[in-house]
Design a protein around this ligand. Structure first.
Ligand SMILES: Nc1ncnc2c1ncn2[C@@H]1O[C@H](COP(=O)(O)OP(=O)(O)OP(=O)(O)O)[C@@H](O)[C@H]1O
Ligand SMILES: CC(C)(CO)[C@@H](O)C(=O)NCCC(=O)O
Length: 371
């Protein structure tokens, strides 16, 4: 199985793509999964026991910001993933109706039977969903349980899914069964899963038993970054803001340790280039038109460092060394991943590691689909 079986769209992430002539916006990633027993690309008992549901159902995860969906394209043996803004619930419904229609047209012997819905929207939009799909079973699934089932699905893929990332070392894939994945963390089966959506949920999970507990959370999440940046820059396109951030220079707005000390503060391990106080240069120059890219980068660092720090603290409290980050906040954005990795390495003195997933945005939707 080579890397080409997982493809992340190289085109702008918010661009429309079409599939089987369904106008599906924001279709980000596909996954080739052969469900024939002999070629099966998944090592999971959970999947084997739910293979038929995987084929017959659609999984949706309607969050505070984005509504994600996933389903199996029976003809092409591809798992399709996509999302809509949650505010565009009508758009989501017509996309799902198209998927159901095309399945019944192309594979009448195997129609879509159910929609498994999770996330807050599975409750908030229950009636509208029920009314829109009178011939389809609508199942509601618990959000946290779906995240765990989705993680279980993705990390048991035989193909490349889990990776570490830093700007210096790049992307390095690991397999759940790899000795490198185990060695650095001993034989402990526990991990921390940090799901960064509009808000942040932190879960402790045993990979062997699938037992889990939500150990913490934070309202300072993706919605916070987006909200504050919209307020400051007036830009309403999230990808545009990420692009701005990647061209920005945060040192124009952040107060560095070097700005305070004139040098590093070696006695407590702070480099002169470390951020001493996020955005603190702004108050010194009231009325200045600060560059939006610089502010965007600084805020992205602020939110990501904060999430990295509370994730480290939770991992420390529970004596766990592996921290998985998921949620659409990440969406494969290198600067975000580098910041989270750096924060974990920095606070844990390299004793803990951050891991990422190719399909980080779809844990809930996939978990709902297979559960
Ligand atoms: N195209 C996009 N539009 C809006 N937000 C985006 C986009 N791409 C990435 N994001 C980020 O993803 C976050 C939403 O992530 P996600 O879809 O995982 O959460 P959610 O399910 O909507 O929220 P919650 O789980 O808290 O209800 C946004 O707050 C934003 O930071
Ligand atoms: C409310 C949810 C669970 C909805 O997904 C999420 O946005 C979240 O975990 N928010 C953080 C809530 C807290 O402070 O723990």
């Amino acid at each position: 199985m080579d890397e080409s079986n997982i493809s992340r769209s190289e085109t702008p992430r918010s661009s429309a793509s079409s599939l089987l002539s369904i106008p599906i916006e924001n279709c980000l990633v596909r996954l080739s999964i052969d469900t024939d027993e002999k070629n099966m690309q998944i090592n999971s008992d959970l999947f084997k026991s739910s293979k038929q549901k995987f084929i017959d159902n659609i999984g949706i995860d309607i969050g505070g910001t984005l509504a994600k969906y996933t389903y199996y394209d029976l003809e092409n043996k591809l798992v399709e993933f996509g999302f809509k803004q949650t505010d565009d619930i009508d758009g989501l419904i017509s996309t799902l109706q198209n998927i159901i229609f095309l399945r019944s047209k192309n594979s009448p012997e195997s129609p879509i039977k159910a929609i498994n819905a999770t996330g807050g929207g599975a409750y908030k939009f229950y009636t509208i969903l029920k009314d829109s799909f009178p011939d389809i079973v609508l199942n509601r699934k618990d959000e946290m349980t779906s995240l765990i089932h989705g993680l279980n699905f993705f990390i048991n893929l035989k193909q490349r899914e889990i990776f570490t990332y830093s700007d210096t070392d790049g992307k390095n894939y690991v397999q759940k069964q790899d000795s490198t994945f185990k060695d650095q963390c001993g034989d402990n089966d526990e991990i921390i899963l940090v799901n960064i959506g509009s808000g942040v949920s932190i879960l402790k999970l045993n990979l062997k038993t699938n037992e889990f507990k939500r150990v913490g959370g934070s309202s300072l999440g993706g919605g916070t970054l987006w909200g504050l940046l919209t307020l400051i820059t007036g830009i309403t396109d999230y990808d545009e803001m990420l692009k701005l951030a990647s061209h920005g220079d945060n040192t124009k707005v952040d107060m560095l340790v070097g700005d305070i000390y004139g040098t590093s503060y070696d006695a407590i391990g702070l480099k002169s280039t470390s951020i001493g106080s996020s955005m603190a240069k702004i108050y010194k120059k009231p009325g200045t038109d600060f560059n939006y890219g610089d502010i965007s980068k600084s805020l992205l660092y602020t939110v990501s460092n904060n999430i990295g720090q509370i994730s480290y603290l939770q991992a420390n409290i529970h004596n766990i060394d592996r921290i998985f980050f998921a949620g659409s906040y990440i969406r494969g954005h290198l600067m975000t991943m580098n910041t989270l990795s750096y924060a974990i390495n920095f606070w844990s003195k390299n004793e803990k590691s951050a891991f990422f997933l190719e399909h980080e945005s779809y844990l809930g939707a996939m978990g709902a689909l297979v559960s």
